[in-house]
Design a binder for this molecule. Structure first.
Ligand code: F0G
Length: 461
């Protein structure tokens, strides 16, 4: 394989063969749509959205090879050849021995948590993800955040904000004992921290420590190739290694994994559980039948497994990652040029705008991130997502959590939008930024009991 030259600017290693036409809207139409959606971007109809940055999950564009592979889908209930092709790709690129397909990431999290966690167990991790933590809790575990402090600081420019603070883990091991810790939960490219990577050195040190204590490492490998890209760019000794080799090395330092293939692996649906332990595999193979489907399809169509098999190979291509993360960085730099406050360093899957700094005249009770997301949509039809006080919810006493990070996520789907779209997004953010002082906050007028950010409704103050 030829090495990517990073001295030149990146460009997409593909061209377009088919396009999806979008509905263009006027400002009055968007004002009406936003009001009808209760100032919640989750409640917009996607046809009213011009550039959809709600999530990078399942929103990727598949390649001609993936679409061709679709036609090879073996839809047999049992023993589908598509499963064996997906299994072979996972073994080849990630190195895990045993594979169980699931309908998406949380399906794998459910099964793995039920197998490994006993009530009263402790599960340390490098920050939480919503579904991952919920499944750990539903299995009776308690999650502890052991990520480095810098991860919670929007202004810290630490190159590996996904790193674990080993001393925080040692405190837990001393207090509860290693037997109470079934595994350490490690995400590659930490979503909630802003798409921030863990370094190979940090993971190696964690691996050595966990081995000495007899504790597993379970890898949430949803964005592992994006993490590998940052290691290649930032970590000493990895400049000349391929993303393919770095991904394999990351996986080799862990004992098993859950994967949402809807991100890195460039598909619209799918996931899997992987493990190197025969007993865990046997149990998972039994349990998947209850929750997902037979162990050779796990809730997926044969064609989905074919697309995953091809997508995994494409995701570890150096040119692909250079263009993927390059596009996110391009948007981030555009926004920084306009003086817009964003989380730094720029992450792998999106730009996280600091809404507290953007709208400093609003108190957190006036929902700055929710407000900013609504204003972005009204300005240009760009749909983003609130990640602040609304997402954080309430504690057991019913009081609002006041998270330190009050962010709006501009998540970039893979291979979907062009550099011109990035310019439109940045210009729109700049327009909103220039009239920020005139922007009024919101009040919540409807609050659902669970995961309120999905369906809450607001009105302008
Ligand atoms: N782990 C991480 C780090 C994730 O970002 C997600 C999903 C999951 C697990 C769950 O996977 O959706 O396939 O069940 N994140 C999406 C997002 C929903 O928008 O960030 P899933």
């Amino acid at each position: 394989m030829t090495k990517v030259s990073y001295k030149r600017s990146w460009a997409e290693p593909y061209r377009m063969k088919m396009v999806e036409l979008l509905k263009m809207t006027t400002r009055p139409q968007r004002v009406k749509a936003m009001k009808e959606a209760g100032f919640n971007t989750f409640l917009l109809r996607s046809e009213d959205v011009y550039i959809d940055l709600l999530t990078d999950s399942g929103t990727n564009a598949m390649s001609d090879r993936q679409w061709s592979a679709f036609m090879l889908g073996d839809e047999a209930y049992a023993g589908s050849s598509s499963f064996y092709r997906m299994e072979a790709a996972i073994q080849k690129y990630y190195g895990y021995k045993y594979v169980i397909p699931t309908h998406q990431g949380r399906g794998a999290e459910n099964i793995l948590s039920k197998i490994l966690i006993k009530p009263g167990d402790i599960v340390p991790g490098n920050m939480y993800f919503t579904t991952t933590r919920l499944h750990q809790e539903l299995a009776g575990g308690k999650f502890y955040d052991i990520i480095i402090d810098e991860a919670h600081d929007a202004l810290s420019e630490h190159p590996f904000k996904g790193n674990v603070d080993l001393s925080k883990l040692e405190v837990l091991v001393k207090k509860y004992g290693a037997k109470k810790i079934p595994y350490v939960s490690i995400a590659t490219n930490v979503n909630m921290a802003g798409g921030q990577p863990i370094s190979m050195q940090n993971l190696r040190e964690l691996h050595t420590y966990c081995q000495s204590q007899g504790i597993r490492i379970i890898h949430d490998m949803t964005r592992v190739a994006e993490n590998a890209y940052f290691i290649q760019q930032r970590e000493k000794g990895y400049e000349k290694k391929s993303i393919k080799d770095i991904v394999k090395e990351l996986c080799s330092l862990t004992d098993g994994a859950t994967m949402s293939a809807k991100k890195d692996a460039l598909v619209n649906i799918g996931g899997f559980l992987a493990t190197n332990e025969r007993e865990v595999y046997e149990e998972a193979r039994n349990m998947v039948v209850v929750y997902e489907g037979l162990h050779t399809y796990g809730g997926l169509a044969g064609r989905d497994m074919e697309a995953i098999a091809v997508g995994i190979g494409e995701s570890v291509d150096d040119y692909h990652q250079h263009a993927r993360v390059g596009q996110v960085e391009y948007l981030g730099h555009q926004m920084m040029n306009y003086g817009i406050p964003i989380v730094k360093p720029i992450g792998g899957h999106g730009i996280f705008v600091d809404a507290k700094a953007f709208l400093p005249h609003l108190t957190q009770d006036q929902f700055p991130a929710q407000t900013l997301a609504a204003e972005m949509y009204i300005d240009s039809g760009v749909r983003t997502m609130e990640r602040g006080i609304v997402s954080a919810g309430r504690n057991e006493k019913g009081e609002n959590y006041y998270p330190k990070l009050e962010l709006v996520r501009f998540t970039i789907p893979r291979r979907v939008y062009t550099q011109a779209h990035m310019d439109v997004i940045a210009e729109s953010a700049a327009t909103v930024f220039n009239r920020r002082k005139k922007i009024k906050g919101l009040k919540m007028v409807y609050e659902p009991k669970y995961l309120r950010f999905f369906q809450a409704r607001f009105e302008r103050l």
